[in-house]
Design a protein around this ligand. Structure first.
Ligand code: ATP
Ligand code: MG
Ligand code: MG
Ligand code: MG
Length: 477
């Protein structure tokens, strides 16, 4: 089944169960200090769950563009290294706002997966919340009893609070969840290690596909839980992972979501996918990152030097550096993927299609400007590494990390990544200090010109510095 059909089958199925199709919210969130990018389908419905607004429907479904590169959900470091986490991905979801609850959510999820999509029951596992004594929360017997009607008890696994209890934030709606995992290994492999031992264990072929959240509590400011007056359903299924399961592939990159992009990069670089681990990672990084960059631009976020714009710039530079180092791309190349993306998403996310020329132009210019300094920066880094070898040290000095950042436009995470590839690390603290010194200096400069008609934007400088500090602290990098 082609991925386009997989997506539309999901929407059609929930429409047939009286769900309203609600278009994907933009990838980039403006005006919410708590979230930079949409990272789950439920984001746009937050106010409905909180009871702050009302909709004229009580059931909804869609495919939501998500980006997980910052904050609580940050998968950036896994992307390309593993074969099932993406920066940008689509989350297929269905919601009930005070309407149906566990029974229908579970029944329909099962019906869709096993009857509509025809996934084999004996390759699926489901997890239910095992309870938590410290919170006086019980085992989710209700979910267990519902699942038991459909799947062998031995395939229903208990899960802890980390994996099976969802919370919107420190306060607000929350509740247990049930996840559906699939074992895509060969029968021979399955005979060696039972799949249940690999669920939630970072195995590339035993992957989580769908999460069904049962919102039934409200976390109060003092931390205690109360029952919600109305119970809600919030589900999210990774579209690329579902495609991997239905197309029986060993990785999301082997599905038709990615193969046209991979083929193009392989052709342009002359390096086939599957040649070596290093070049494979580079190819995966590139075909993943181009989607994040393009959708962010389509939704109004240009690469820039602060906040969300800087995150996008870093993702773009990461892709360019991988291409340059491992695939020998010395000229802009990412932008060349735009026509393929536009064709793939035509009729699905037309904002990408209608703006494809503009997006390609922005990307090409960004690439060209970064490539101009990349070579010099890499030379400088080589020099530094040679000196370090001679001195027997393995931590790159914070001042040098800062110089690479300031003079060569190397995001800290990029320097960190190159360092790790060479068995080194970076002095993050030293970098932060060097950054703080620069911040002071530019503040002083800004103060000097105050009153003059050419004012240096203090806000812009501090936002920029602030973001990187946050990035370091929260390990966004
Ligand atoms: P994982 O444990 O694999 O990181 P998760 O538990 O963080 O996933 P959820 O927050 O439950 O994911 O999101 C719902 C679904 O979205 C997941 O079941 C998965 O199919 C998909 N998903 C989550 N993160 C990613 C990602 N980075 N790339 C692709 N799909 C993802
Ligand atoms: Mg995750
Ligand atoms: Mg998980
Ligand atoms: Mg999950």
């Amino acid at each position: 089944m082609q991925s386009k059909e997989i997506r539309s089958k999901f929407i059609e199925f929930f429409k047939s169960k009286s769900h309203q199709f609600v278009p994907s919210a933009p990838l980039v969130i403006k005006n919410d200090p708590t979230l930079m990018f949409t990272n789950a389908g439920m984001n746009q419905f937050k106010d409905l769950f909180l009871g702050n607004s009302k909709a004229d429907y009580s059931r909804a479904a869609n495919s939501q563009k998500c980006l997980r590169v910052s904050g609580k959900h940050n998968d950036l470091e896994e992307v390309g290294i593993d074969t099932y986490h993406h920066t940008m991905f689509e989350m297929l979801g269905n919601w009930s706002f005070g309407d149906y609850f566990k029974k229908d959510a579970i029944t329909w999820a099962w019906e869709l997966l096993t009857q509509v999509y025809g996934l084999p029951k004996d390759k699926l596992y489901v997890t239910v919340f095992e309870g938590d004594k410290s919170e006086d929360l019980d085992f989710d017997q209700e979910a267990f009893d519902l699942w038991k009607q459909y799947i062998d008890e031995a395939r229903i696994l208990g899960g802890n609070k980390k994996d099976n209890f969802w919370e919107m934030g420190e306060t607000g709606p929350c509740g247990p969840c049930s996840e559906i995992h699939i074992d895509l290994r060969s029968d021979e492999e399955i005979a060696k290690t039972p799949g249940k031992d690999l669920v939630n264990n970072d195995h590339p072929q035993v992957v989580e596909v769908w999460n069904l959240v049962f919102m039934q509590y409200d976390r109060k400011a003092d931390g205690h839980l109360e029952s919600l007056p109305a119970q809600h359903i919030d589900t999210g299924m990774g579209f690329e992972r579902l495609s991997m399961a239905l197309q029986q592939k060993g990785s999301t990159y082997d599905t038709d979501v990615f193969t046209p992009l991979i083929d193009y990069i392989a052709k342009q670089s002359g390096v086939a996918y599957g040649t070596s681990e290093k070049t494979d990672i580079a190819i995966r990084v590139i075909v993943d990152h181009i989607r994040a960059i393009s959708f962010a631009i389509a939704d109004g976020q240009l690469p820039s030097n602060n906040k969300a714009g800087y995150v996008i710039r870093r993702i773009l530079r990461r892709a360019v550096r991988y291409g340059y180092t491992f695939l020998n791309f010395k000229e802009p190349f990412l932008y060349g993927l735009m026509p393929i993306l536009a064709e793939q998403f035509s009729g699905v996310f037309d904002e990408l299609v209608s703006q494809q020329d503009f997006i390609a132009k922005v990307i090409k210019e960004e690439e060209a400007s970064f490539l101009r300094t990349l070579e010099n920066g890499l030379k400088r880094l080589d020099q530094v590494q040679a000196n370090m070898k001679a001195e027997g040290t393995d931590v790159i000095d914070g001042q040098v990390v800062f110089e690479l950042y300031d003079t060569f436009g190397f995001p800290v995470d990029l320097t960190g990544l190159i360092a790790r590839e060479n068995g080194l690390s970076i002095d993050e603290k030293g970098f932060t200090e060097a950054m703080a010194v620069q911040k002071q200096r530019s503040k002083a400069d800004a103060a000097q010109v105050k009153g003059d008609w050419i004012q240096v934007s203090e806000e812009e400088t501090s936002e920029f510095v602030g973001y990187d500090e946050v990035a370091l602290k929260t390990k966004i990098i």
